[in-house]
Write a protein of this length. Structure first.
Length: 177
């Protein structure tokens, strides 16, 4: 594996796998099913400049990478298959996703000083929620509470909750701590 690190924005389909990138795992999803029944796992990655992008592991390689990636750890990765990213699912200006297979080289990067990641939320606009209606993927949405009923304690553990009335029914909301 090359010791020369390549910036993510320079990696594309024409790069011909002559590069090594240092990435950090932001999110490592559970194994998901496609509509056709095959399995895949999606990773959300970032580089040292904060550029986010995705990597995909398909069913035939899931066992190979089952214990490889840990959230928030950094890895040197090379020899991935770079594919264009569907703009509907793009997470940044980087227009590609990576597909990891058994020929992909992955090496954990020893962190003497671990990088502190900022707490980020990726909200979906209400106008785009219909795109996820048939999926079981959780989506973050942001709303404004206009009127909230008084809080009350619920259950044997005495958890404080508030009821919020929406156009779609009543919801119990836990305060963010």
């Amino acid at each position: 594996m090359s010791t020369q690190l390549t910036p993510i924005m320079e990696i594309n389909q024409a790069s011909h796998n002559r590069w090594t990138a240092l990435v950090q795992i932001l999110e490592c999803q559970h194994v998901l099913q496609t509509k056709k029944g095959s399995s895949y796992k999606r990773l959300m990655l970032t580089d040292s400049e904060g550029l986010k992008f995705t990597a995909i592991i398909f069913s035939e390689n899931l066992n190979y990478y089952a214990r490889t990636f840990t959230q928030y750890r950094r890895y040197r990765i090379s020899n991935v298959f770079v594919i264009p990213c569907d703009p509907r699912y793009a997470v940044s200006l980087y227009g590609f996703s990576w597909v990891l297979n058994k020929r992909t080289l992955v090496q954990e990067h020893p962190d003497r000083n671990p990088v502190n990641l900022p707490c980020t939320y990726e909200f979906k606009p209400f106008t785009r929620l219909h795109e996820h209606a048939e999926s079981e993927h959780l989506q973050n949405v942001r709303g404004i509470v206009v009127r909230c009923l008084p809080s009350y304690e619920q259950g044997s553990d005495l958890v404080s909750r508030r009821d919020v009335k929406t156009a779609f029914g009543d919801h119990s909301v836990e305060p963010i701590r």
